[in-house]
Structures are given as structure tokens and as C-alpha cells.
Design a protein around this ligand. Structure first.
Ligand code: COA
Length: 162
């Protein structure tokens, strides 16, 4: 577990660096699925800038000022959608992904229901989310996600059940 990176809210001026990190981070997912043309690798700067208008982005910055991790979230009523959890390949396996998730949860009021999607075949991702309390609630094929089988995972905080 590492605590050396500082996690704070990102601004639009970080969009290009986060997009660059996203493309490097998801390259391993693309490789695992044998498909390079996946949405996180195709996303444009205009598109991620549009996401900044609707989502809060967190960034993890290392001692040299580089962004080495990020996650975005969007609260809608009592639900919080989590997306694009990414950690630089060189910084993985030291707890940074879990810290980013925990920070996104901590920044939202208690009683909210956290939801996210990941590929059904991304066993490592599913294991990571399960280890911090998320559960698979449905599996579906998503045309918007290149036709991949996806799972929706939910974490209910403070005993809220729906
Ligand atoms: C998913 C991701 C953010 C995890 O970041 P991280 O800093 O390594 O995560 P942590 O160190 O907090 O947790 C490590 C856990 O991640 C899981 N994991 C996720 N991807 C993994 C991989 N490719 N190889 C090994 N473990 C992986 C393991 O279960 C590991 O659990 P363990 O600590 O019990 O061994 C990072 O692997 C990444 O950027 N992946 C590519 C983008 C992606 O798929 N994001 C998720 C989208 S839904």
C-alpha cells in the first residue's frame, strides 16, 4: 500500500494529461481482450472535456507532479456512478486504485448507492471491486462498449438496500 501520491480534485486543465494516462492504462485491458479499438482508447479531448462538465474527476499526483491515477464520478439523486478508474502501469498493485475509489466514496454523502460497469471478463477488476464491497447485480451486452459482455456492480453504503 502506498500513501505517497496525493489525491485531489482534477480540473479541466488536467484533462489532456488524464486522457493520456487513460490511454496508457487501458492499453493493458485492450491487450487482455485482444481488441485495441475500445472506447477508453478512442476517447477524444473534446469528449473528456464534456465529461468534466458532468463528472467530478479525482487525480493522484506523485512526488514529481505527474498524474499517476484518476477516477471520475457523477452523483444522480441517491446514486453515484463511478467510472474510468485508472492507475499508471508503473504504480499498480500498491493500493492506489483502492485509495482512489475510497476517496470518491468518501466525497459523497453517506447513504448513497455506488454503481459501476466493468467488462465481465475483467476478472482482476471484478476481484478488486469485490474486495472493497461491490457486488455484481447484472450482466449484459453493451453496444456502447464495443459489444462486450459487461457487469454492473453496486456497493450499498450504510445499509441502504435500493
Ligand atoms: C484497475 C486498476 C485501476 C487497479 O489499480 P491498482 O492501483 O493496481 O489497484 P490496487 O493496488 O488498489 O489493487 C490491486 C488489485 O487490483 C486487482 N487488479 C486489477 N487489475 C489487475 C491486473 N491487471 N493484474 C493484477 N491485479 C489486478 C487485483 O485484484 C489486485 O488485488 P490484490 O491487491 O488483492 O492483489 C489498474 O489495474 C488499471 O488502471 N487498469 C486498467 C484500467 C481499468 O481496467 N480500469 C478499471 C475500469 S472498470
Amino acid at each position: 500500500m502506498t500513501t505517497s501520491e496525493k489525491i485531489t480534485t482534477a480540473g479541466e486543465d488536467n484533462a489532456a494529461e488524464i486522457l493520456d494516462l487513460q490511454k496508457r492504462a487501458f492499453a493493458t485491458e485492450a491487450e487482455a481482450h485482444g481488441k485495441r479499438d475500445i472506447e477508453p482508447l478512442r476517447q477524444t479531448l473534446d469528449s473528456i472535456l464534456a465529461d468534466f462538465a458532468t463528472h467530478t474527476f479525482l487525480k493522484a499526483v506523485d512526488g514529481d507532479g505527474r498524474i499517476v491515477g484518476s477516477v471520475k464520478y457523477r452523483a444522480l439523486d441517491d446514486r453515484v456512478w463511478i467510472g474510468k478508474l485508472i492507475v499508471d502501469i508503473a504504480c499498480r498493485g500498491r493500493g492506489l486504485g483502492r485509495r482512489l475509489l475510497a476517496e470518491a466514496e468518501a466525497l459523497n454523502p453517506a447513504g448513497r448507492r455506488f454503481q459501476l460497469f466493468t467488462a465481465a471478463s475483467s476478472i482482476h477488476n471484478i476481484r478488486l471491486y469485490e474486495s472493497v464491497g461491490y457486488r455484481v447485480v447484472r450482466e449484459f451486452r453493451d453496444p456502447a462498449q464495443d459489444g462486450f459482455m459487461m457487469v454492473e456492480m453496486v456497493k450499498v453504503v450504510n445499509g441502504k438496500t435500493n
